[in-house]
Design a protein around this ligand. Sequence first.
Ligand code: PMP
Length: 323
Amino acid sequence: MSVPNYVFFRGRVVPYSDVKFGVLTHALNYGTAVFGGLRAYWNADEKQLFVFRPSDHFRRFLQSTKLMCMDLPSSGEELLKGLIDLIRAEGYKEDLYIRPLAFDADEIIGVRLHDLHPEVSIVVIPFGNYNKNEEGMHVTVSSWRRVDDNSIPARGKIAGAYVNSAFVKTDALRAGFDEAIVLNADGHISEGSAANFFLMRNGVFATPPITDNVLEGITRRTVMQLLRDELKTEVQERQIDRTELYLADEAFFCGTGAQISAITRVDYRPIGTGQLGAVTARLRAIFFDVVRGRIAKYRSWCCPVYESKQTATTKERSRVTVE
Ligand code: PMP
């Protein structure tokens, strides 16, 4: 992967190579950073790039910084404006992944959260699929357990906590699986290494509640709304037993990276028919239309990057607010 040309840093778009930090940087030593992950989707018909739900992503980013006692130098509005400036500077007209990062930049020894000085950066990179087999993943149930809210809160995107995800992912891949499902200490399903989890049994969808050590995913919220409003299916937020997986008719991961990735086998057991399920397939089709701004009803989730005749950029962006 080549590095970006630019980075949004200290409120400005600057050359990527201008930003340098020493090895003593607090976040590098202690994991005291939080990050976000957004996507922008290129709509070829409109020749427009749409950032998906940026206000929700920046709101969660700021909530993660709050958990980490970070007093940020930038507001959500400034970050969103900075992101648009950054993408325009890069000039991308293709699908992108966007990575905001807030990190404790002090070059000191001493583990803590308080009395530190966070910096904020954003970079964007061209990006395709995160998961190789989005239409049929073979997953395992990880032997690792999810970090607990009273250890490192999973509802924040806290850099240090992703070591938990890294253990999960590496062991799954090395064992020949595409990904893993992680259980909580009490044995109920939480999520994947970097995606929320849904299963369908008897036509009803279930996903773990936000009190079961999951990230409060924005794609999770999107999917719940699309399942209910577009596919007219019931969605329950409830604890899920491990063996419900074996009896599920359909299952999938969802997330900014994962998008909607069907799970078709768990530890060599087929889920449903062992093929991409009909409801998951329909959901994927609607989802990809929504994120590219093709469905008027959900157009307010899509923030246009470039000025164009078809999209009243300024007007649409002015509706996007970040608290
Ligand atoms: N859970 C974890 C642990 C994640 O890292 C992600 C990716 N951000 C998700 C769930 C999905 O969240 P979102 O839909 O907001 O990207």
